[in-house]
Design a protein around this ligand. Structure first.
Ligand code: ATP
Ligand code: MG
Length: 279
């Protein structure tokens, strides 16, 4: 469980607060997206999860432990992080060594380690990259390897900063389904993302940050259908919603929906109405 209680933080005593009186709770096995425009404070927020940054005011608790009082090494055994920039994370000579490093470090039993790594290689389809240096990979491949290397450690909480950046459609779907499956197994997953279509497809809850404050926290469908909220926070609406708004320009009775099947049926109804009128 991740608990923030009235957390405020600034990088420098002279500058303004980057996080401002933040309170929320994420339960075990929750799947949560953190959204907000560039500079809203998302990365700063998640760096508080493992004590990489410490609040100036308020309390952050992970599984009941106050992060200020616990060593980072202890938090690292509970929380896995995939950073926004994978170059900051990868360092081994080749991909297989990269994947083995974390579990070896945490002294995870060899047979468990090998089985986990094998299944991740299959899921992410990175078999052909194993002998390559992580630094010779494409941006998308590098991100995949960095996410896979976090997943090797079987931690209870996973935090992924922009995991779909640079990923193609198939990889995104694969990743979304896999993360969903992990939450069903009791893992808590927190994803920072600007990818509203990915969030809508896979992540049931969203926390919206604006200027270091939580301005909305709730069901993704409701939040991403809120046109005013999206405009106020400069977030891009999901494609399906954009389509509805475009159709409303020619038929203002057209209902807004973010359910693919519903939009499809609404379009058919609209077309059949138009055909009747023109007859
Ligand atoms: N190391 C740092 N020192 C000083 N200020 C920082 C530091 N890192 C971030 N900031 C500032 O804190 C604010 C929040 O930054 P943060 O990286 O948390 O935003 P973000 O929501 O993750 O943005 P993005 O979507 O661009 O990744 C920004 O104004 C940023 O300039
Ligand atoms: Mg960021």
């Amino acid at each position: 469980m991740i608990e923030f209680e009235n957390v405020s933080f600034k990088y420098d005593s002279k500058t303004e607060y980057v996080l401002n009186d933040i309170t929320f709770k994420i339960n075990k096995a929750d799947f949560v997206a953190i959204v907000g425009k560039n500079g809203a404070g998302k990365t700063t927020l998640i760096k508080h999860f493992n004590g990489l940054l410490k609040p100036n005011e308020g309390i952050v608790r992970i599984n009941g432990l106050d992060i200020v009082k616990e060593p980072i090494s202890k938090m690292a055994s509970i929380i896995g992080f995939s950073f926004q920039n994978p170059n900051h994370q990868l360092f081994a000579q080749n991909v297989i060594k990269e994947l083995e490093f974390g579990p070896k470090n945490l002294k995870i039993e060899e047979s468990v380690r090998d089985a986990t790594i094998k299944s991740l290689i299959d899921i992410f389809q990175i078999e052909h990259l194993l002998e390559r240096s992580p630094f010779e990979l494409s941006g998308g491949e590098r991100r995949l390897v960095s996410i896979a290397s976090v997943l090797t450690m079987n931690q209870q909480i996973l935090v992924l900063d922009e995991p779909t950046y640079g990923q193609d459609y198939r990889q995104k779907k694969q990743l979304g389904s896999f993360l969903k499956k992990l939450t069903k197994e009791g893992i808590t997953v927190v994803v920072v993302s600007h990818d509203m279509d990915f969030i809508l497809d896979f992540i049931p809850r969203a926390i919206v940050l604006s200027k270091g404050k939580v301005i909305a926290d709730g069901g993704t469908t409701k939040i991403l259908s809120d046109k005013v909220l999206l405009q106020d926070t400069d977030l891009v609406s999901p494609l399906l919603l954009d389509l509805c708004y475009s159709i409303q320009q020619i038929d203002d009775t057209f209902a807004t929906s973010i359910n693919e099947q519903e939009v499809y049926e609404n379009i058919l109804t609209m077309l059949s109405k138009q055909q009747k009128i023109s007859r």
